[in-house]
Design a protein around this ligand. Structure first.
Ligand code: CP
Length: 308
């Protein structure tokens, strides 16, 4: 059976560490020529929801892996506009024999069901609120690059955890890799599905949360996923910024060696101020850089069948 990457259920700590080490190794060889690699085939990159980082990252990773990326973009021009379903789109494109699929799609798409009908691997590139495994992998690879260890570290999420596929993927990955999760968010952003057994610290105020954190991941307020578009969980933009926004004053509370992450895209002046990106502890653009290496390794692994 082909091995897809929908989430982390089939992976253990050795798999994850191997992906991280392989990614950081190829990062050190980034100046070597890529384009003289023989072309191995095509990869079908299907983005049924908008994306900049993940889409370009997978496209770049394909080129580096010797794969021609063929991209279907939700913006228009496909037979989705004529009512073709996402499932039918994937089944038809499989007949053109890509080496793998990369798919970003809404929650309602039954990716498990689709993977059971196709004979090539499928890599999840952001699945509604459910999961975004390559984002969580690139986060931990970037932290690992700095710390050389993840076990016992405190990773704080600030903001919209209830709508965050990045937080969902970290819930799985933290159990495998042994880091601790915490979050600080207004009540309406809390996670409804949080099980009492899950050892996730919930903080009422930012000061206490920031003191606890070895790394802070600020999340975008996903206004498109909220019923009320005017306020943020009952707060105005100003109130949200005042209570939860990360600015240079608040960043002083963080440990001197703490790291600052944001998966992007950023709402400047809401969850984070522009000055934070320039903070020496910010690794926001390193995440984007490392994402390509992670995705190249994931592609290599699904093609070779090593992701088992
Ligand atoms: N982090 C992330 O998934 O960004 P995009 O939505 O731009 O791909």
């Amino acid at each position: 059976m082909v091995q897809s990457l929908l989430d982390f259920q089939n992976l253990n700590q050795d798999h994850i560490l191997k992906i991280i080490h392989q990614s950081l190794n190829i990062k050190n060889k980034v100046n070597q020529k890529y384009l003289d690699k023989p072309i191995r085939g095509t990869g079908a990159l299907l983005f049924f929801e908008p994306s900049t980082r993940t889409r370009f990252s997978f496209q770049t990773a394909c080129v580096r892996a010797g794969v021609v990326p063929l991209v279907l973009d939700s913006a228009g021009g496909s037979s989705l506009e004529k009512g073709e379903s996402i499932e039918d789109t994937i089944l038809n494109l499989e007949a053109m024999r890509p080496l793998f699929f990369v798919v970003r799609c809404p929650d309602y798409v039954q990716l498990e069901e689709i993977t059971s009908q196709i004979n090539v691997p499928l890599i999840n590139a952001g699945w509604g609120k459910k999961s975004h495994p390559t984002q969580a992998l690139l986060d931990v690879a970037t932290l690992f690059e700095k710390w050389h260890e993840l076990r016992g570290k405190n990773i704080l999420f600030v903001g919209d955890v209830g709508h965050s596929r990045v937080f969902s993927s970290h819930k799985q990955l933290s159990k495998i890799m042994g880091y601790r999760l915490g979050y600080c968010a207004p009540a309406g952003f809390h996670e409804e599905s949080l099980e009492k057994t899950e050892a996730i610290q919930v903080f009422d105020g930012m000061n206490e949360a920031l003191e606890w954190a070895d790394a802070v991941i600020t999340l975008r307020v996903q206004r498109e996923r909220h019923a009320d578009k005017q306020t943020i969980s009952g707060l105005t933009l100003d109130e949200y910024r005042k209570d939860y926004g990360l600015n240079s004053e608040r960043a002083k509370i963080l440990k001197p060696q703490a790291l600052i992450l944001h998966p992007g895209p950023i709402n400047y002046g809401v969850e984070i101020e522009k000055e934070i990106v320039k903070d020496s502890r910010s690794v926001i653009l390193q995440l984007v850089e490392n994402g390509v290496f992670i995705r190249e390794v994931v592609i290599q692994n699904v093609i070779s069948g090593e992701l088992k």
